[in-house]
Design a protein around this ligand. Structure first.
Ligand code: PSU
Ligand code: MN
Length: 316
């Protein structure tokens, strides 16, 4: 299925794969422009695309450039996202403005999900998903990633939710929104840098194939005539590989310190996640960046396998 949306530009490789029903994996761009320092950001973006290919799927990194919604990026475009200070972090609400004014935007998980859905891409790999921030009962800071998971029919493969967030409230909120939360190969919900969070997995799947069967059941369920089945997405949490993880006990004081620094600086809103990720890289002397890179690649491998299994299980 290819999109005829006039704002979308597919690179030919992605367009052909979608047209032929071959597996495609969407990738986000906020992680490139606001999630990692240069040059690791662009190196990781390239490596993640290579992992998707190695596991038999076509990568489609998504961003907005000069107001055009790009589904698939070339080398120069990846470099621009990694280096240009004018690239804004754009959430779903920012998309019309960025398109209308011809600006550059790096897409968050929420915005990438929305665009993947428009383009007909069902599986998407990222690092960690946004969630309910600590203190959200006062700040009301709840990532639009959660809202979008209840809307767009896309499976997001992430290493769970960062422990800079309130993981318990995030899981409650996902339940309220009706979003299936699957954990691959573990009975515990993972916490991004750490394999353990102290919260049980809402649901566990043993293999990427099992995850793909859940997707097919969800989107084929209760399908009234002419509709697309049960609405919304699926969160597939994939714990960070053991050799790259930073254990929860070790991570907790680092996170507390980064949160205290953020409070002292008065940083709020959309700047919180980029600030905290960067500060934690400093505090851990670069180890958190290594964990982040390893987990994104691992998620890309799993996403490619889910996309393949899904593509092999019937028509979209
Ligand atoms: N995962 C990473 N690095 C990131 C992000 C996720 O490993 O930078 C980004 C994603 O784009 C996600 C965003 O959507 O952080 C969450 O931002 P916020 O909390 O403002 O919704
Ligand atoms: Mn927020």
């Amino acid at each position: 299925m290819t999109s005829i949306n006039p704002h979308l530009d597919h690179i030919p490789e992605v367009r052909d794969a979608l047209h032929a029903g071959r597996p495609v994996v969407a990738l986000e761009s906020t992680i490139i422009s606001h999630g990692m320092p240069y040059p690791q950001n662009v190196q990781t973006a390239r490596e993640v695309e290579a992992v998707v290919r190695a596991y038999g799927a076509v990568p489609a990194t998504i961003a907005v450039l000069g107001g055009r919604i790009k589904v698939g990026l070339d080398e120069d475009e990846l470099e621009l996202l990694a280096t240009d200070a004018g690239v804004q972090k754009i959430s779903t609400r920012d998309l019309p403005f960025t398109v209308a004014l011809g600006l550059h935007g790096a897409t968050t998980v929420a915005t990438t999900m929305r665009i993947a859905h428009l383009a007909g891409i069902r599986v998407f790999a990222t690092g960690g998903t946004g969630g309910v921030h600590r203190g959200a009962e006062r700040s009301m800071d709840i990532s639009a990633d959660l809202t979008e998971l209840s809307r767009s029919e896309v499976c997001v493969v992430s290493a769970g939710v960062k422990s800079i967030l309130d993981i318990g409230l995030t899981l409650e909120y996902l339940e309220t929104l009706g979003v299936p939360v699957l954990v691959l190969g573990s009975r515990e919900f993972p916490a991004f840098y750490s394999r353990e969070s102290g919260f049980p997995a809402p649901l566990t799947v043993a293999t990427p194939d099992e995850a793909a069967r859940v997707l097919r059941a969800k989107w084929g369920l209760c399908r009234p005539e002419g509709s697309a089945g049960q609405e919304g997405g699926v969160l597939l949490a994939n714990p960070v590989p053991s050799d790259a993880e930073i254990g929860a006990a070790e991570m907790t004081p680092h996170i507390e310190r980064a949160l205290a620094d953020m409070k002292a600086l008065g940083i709020v809103g959309k700047d919180t996640t980029p600030y905290l990720l960067g500060r934690i890289v400093e505090i851990t002397g670069g180890r958190s960046l290594e964990a982040n890179i390893a987990l994104v690649k691992h998620n890309a491998a799993v996403a490619a396998q889910v996309a393949q299994a899904y593509a092999g299980q019937g028509l979209n």
